[in-house]
Design a protein. Sequence first.
Length: 177
Amino acid sequence: MRKLKNSELGRPDVEEFKKIPKIPLIVVLDNIRSLNNIGSVFRTSDAFLIEKIYLCGITARPPHKEIHKTALGATESVEWEYAEDTLILIEELKSLGIETISIEQAEKSTMLQDFHIDRSKKYAVIFGNEVKGVQQEVVSASDYCVEIPQFGTKHSLNISVSCGVLLWDLFKKFRYG
Protein backbone atom coordinates (compact mmCIF):
# COMPACT_ATOMS: atom_id res chain seq x y z
CA MET A 1 0.00 0.00 0.00
CA ARG A 2 1.32 3.43 -0.96
CA LYS A 3 0.17 6.79 0.36
CA LEU A 4 -1.24 9.03 -2.34
CA LYS A 5 0.36 12.34 -3.17
CA ASN A 6 -1.85 15.43 -2.99
CA SER A 7 -1.63 15.70 -6.78
CA GLU A 8 -3.20 12.22 -7.07
CA LEU A 9 -6.28 13.01 -4.95
CA GLY A 10 -8.21 14.74 -7.73
CA ARG A 11 -9.46 17.56 -5.51
CA PRO A 12 -11.14 20.56 -7.15
CA ASP A 13 -9.59 24.00 -6.97
CA VAL A 14 -11.50 26.81 -5.23
CA GLU A 15 -13.37 27.94 -8.34
CA GLU A 16 -14.39 24.36 -9.21
CA PHE A 17 -15.42 23.76 -5.59
CA LYS A 18 -17.75 26.75 -5.63
CA LYS A 19 -19.64 25.21 -8.58
CA ILE A 20 -20.11 21.81 -6.93
CA PRO A 21 -23.63 21.30 -5.52
CA LYS A 22 -23.55 21.50 -1.73
CA ILE A 23 -25.59 19.56 0.77
CA PRO A 24 -28.41 21.69 2.25
CA LEU A 25 -26.62 22.26 5.52
CA ILE A 26 -25.49 25.47 7.23
CA VAL A 27 -23.10 25.65 10.19
CA VAL A 28 -23.66 28.32 12.84
CA LEU A 29 -20.84 29.07 15.29
CA ASP A 30 -22.29 30.64 18.43
CA ASN A 31 -19.56 32.64 20.20
CA ILE A 32 -16.60 30.36 19.52
CA ARG A 33 -13.47 31.71 21.16
CA SER A 34 -10.74 29.44 19.73
CA LEU A 35 -9.35 30.54 16.38
CA ASN A 36 -8.03 27.02 15.81
CA ASN A 37 -11.54 25.61 16.31
CA ILE A 38 -12.94 28.12 13.81
CA GLY A 39 -10.33 27.16 11.23
CA SER A 40 -10.98 23.49 11.81
CA VAL A 41 -14.73 23.98 11.27
CA PHE A 42 -13.98 25.69 7.96
CA ARG A 43 -11.79 22.79 6.86
CA THR A 44 -14.35 20.17 7.88
CA SER A 45 -17.13 22.15 6.17
CA ASP A 46 -15.08 22.15 2.97
CA ALA A 47 -14.57 18.38 3.21
CA PHE A 48 -18.30 17.66 3.53
CA LEU A 49 -19.63 20.24 1.03
CA ILE A 50 -21.39 22.43 3.59
CA GLU A 51 -23.38 25.26 2.03
CA LYS A 52 -22.39 28.08 4.38
CA ILE A 53 -20.97 29.01 7.77
CA TYR A 54 -22.30 31.81 9.97
CA LEU A 55 -19.85 33.27 12.47
CA CYS A 56 -21.75 34.83 15.37
CA GLY A 57 -21.01 37.05 18.35
CA ILE A 58 -17.38 36.92 19.50
CA THR A 59 -16.46 34.33 16.85
CA ALA A 60 -13.48 35.71 14.94
CA ARG A 61 -13.64 36.20 11.19
CA PRO A 62 -11.19 35.61 8.38
CA PRO A 63 -8.71 36.75 7.36
CA HIS A 64 -6.79 35.82 10.47
CA LYS A 65 -3.44 34.04 10.74
CA GLU A 66 -4.60 31.65 13.49
CA ILE A 67 -7.78 30.68 11.61
CA HIS A 68 -5.79 30.15 8.42
CA LYS A 69 -3.36 27.85 10.27
CA THR A 70 -6.05 25.17 10.67
CA ALA A 71 -8.40 26.12 7.81
CA LEU A 72 -5.60 25.73 5.23
CA GLY A 73 -7.44 27.82 2.64
CA ALA A 74 -10.99 26.63 3.38
CA THR A 75 -11.99 30.21 4.26
CA GLU A 76 -11.69 30.85 0.52
CA SER A 77 -13.75 27.84 -0.58
CA VAL A 78 -16.58 27.78 1.98
CA GLU A 79 -19.07 30.63 1.87
CA TRP A 80 -19.35 32.46 5.19
CA GLU A 81 -21.00 35.46 6.76
CA TYR A 82 -20.89 37.25 10.10
CA ALA A 83 -24.03 37.71 12.21
CA GLU A 84 -23.74 39.65 15.46
CA ASP A 85 -26.65 37.99 17.27
CA THR A 86 -27.12 34.22 17.05
CA LEU A 87 -30.74 34.28 18.20
CA ILE A 88 -31.76 36.84 15.57
CA LEU A 89 -29.97 34.77 12.92
CA ILE A 90 -31.78 31.60 14.02
CA GLU A 91 -35.14 33.36 13.76
CA GLU A 92 -34.23 34.62 10.26
CA LEU A 93 -33.18 31.13 9.15
CA LYS A 94 -36.39 29.64 10.52
CA SER A 95 -38.43 32.28 8.64
CA LEU A 96 -36.79 30.96 5.46
CA GLY A 97 -37.99 27.44 6.25
CA ILE A 98 -34.60 26.21 7.46
CA GLU A 99 -34.79 23.65 10.30
CA THR A 100 -32.50 24.62 13.18
CA ILE A 101 -30.58 22.11 15.30
CA SER A 102 -28.67 22.99 18.46
CA ILE A 103 -25.85 20.54 19.15
CA GLU A 104 -26.11 20.34 22.90
CA GLN A 105 -26.71 18.10 25.89
CA ALA A 106 -30.24 18.96 26.96
CA GLU A 107 -33.48 17.54 28.29
CA LYS A 108 -35.27 15.63 25.55
CA SER A 109 -32.36 15.92 23.13
CA THR A 110 -32.23 13.36 20.33
CA MET A 111 -29.14 11.18 20.14
CA LEU A 112 -27.35 11.65 16.84
CA GLN A 113 -27.84 8.04 15.75
CA ASP A 114 -31.60 8.45 16.25
CA PHE A 115 -31.90 11.77 14.40
CA HIS A 116 -33.47 11.40 10.97
CA ILE A 117 -33.37 14.09 8.33
CA ASP A 118 -35.86 14.94 5.62
CA ARG A 119 -33.65 15.13 2.52
CA SER A 120 -36.02 17.69 0.98
CA LYS A 121 -35.31 20.21 3.76
CA LYS A 122 -32.41 22.49 4.62
CA TYR A 123 -30.88 22.45 8.10
CA ALA A 124 -28.71 24.75 10.19
CA VAL A 125 -26.60 23.15 12.93
CA ILE A 126 -25.52 25.36 15.82
CA PHE A 127 -22.31 24.73 17.74
CA GLY A 128 -21.74 26.66 20.96
CA ASN A 129 -19.01 28.27 22.97
CA GLU A 130 -16.29 25.94 24.26
CA VAL A 131 -17.17 26.62 27.92
CA LYS A 132 -20.84 27.66 27.96
CA GLY A 133 -22.16 25.73 24.96
CA VAL A 134 -25.04 26.96 22.82
CA GLN A 135 -26.87 29.86 24.49
CA GLN A 136 -30.03 28.66 26.29
CA GLU A 137 -32.27 31.06 24.35
CA VAL A 138 -30.85 29.64 21.10
CA VAL A 139 -31.45 26.07 22.30
CA SER A 140 -35.00 27.05 23.24
CA ALA A 141 -35.61 28.63 19.83
CA SER A 142 -34.21 25.66 17.88
CA ASP A 143 -36.42 23.13 16.17
CA TYR A 144 -34.29 20.25 17.44
CA CYS A 145 -31.56 19.55 19.93
CA VAL A 146 -29.17 16.77 18.93
CA GLU A 147 -26.62 15.20 21.23
CA ILE A 148 -23.55 13.18 20.31
CA PRO A 149 -23.49 10.16 22.61
CA GLN A 150 -20.44 9.83 24.84
CA PHE A 151 -19.47 6.97 27.10
CA GLY A 152 -16.37 8.12 28.98
CA THR A 153 -15.76 10.31 32.01
CA LYS A 154 -15.61 13.65 30.17
CA HIS A 155 -18.69 15.81 29.76
CA SER A 156 -18.10 17.10 26.25
CA LEU A 157 -16.11 16.94 23.05
CA ASN A 158 -14.04 19.75 21.58
CA ILE A 159 -16.13 21.73 19.09
CA SER A 160 -13.90 20.79 16.17
CA VAL A 161 -14.35 17.10 17.04
CA SER A 162 -18.12 17.53 17.52
CA CYS A 163 -18.30 19.29 14.18
CA GLY A 164 -16.42 16.49 12.43
CA VAL A 165 -18.60 13.77 13.94
CA LEU A 166 -21.85 15.59 13.26
CA LEU A 167 -21.11 16.82 9.73
CA TRP A 168 -19.91 13.40 8.62
CA ASP A 169 -23.08 11.79 10.01
CA LEU A 170 -25.39 14.33 8.35
CA PHE A 171 -23.38 14.23 5.10
CA LYS A 172 -23.92 10.45 4.95
CA LYS A 173 -27.63 10.87 5.64
CA PHE A 174 -28.02 13.47 2.88
CA ARG A 175 -25.78 11.75 0.36
CA TYR A 176 -26.55 8.07 0.93
CA GLY A 177 -29.89 8.08 2.74
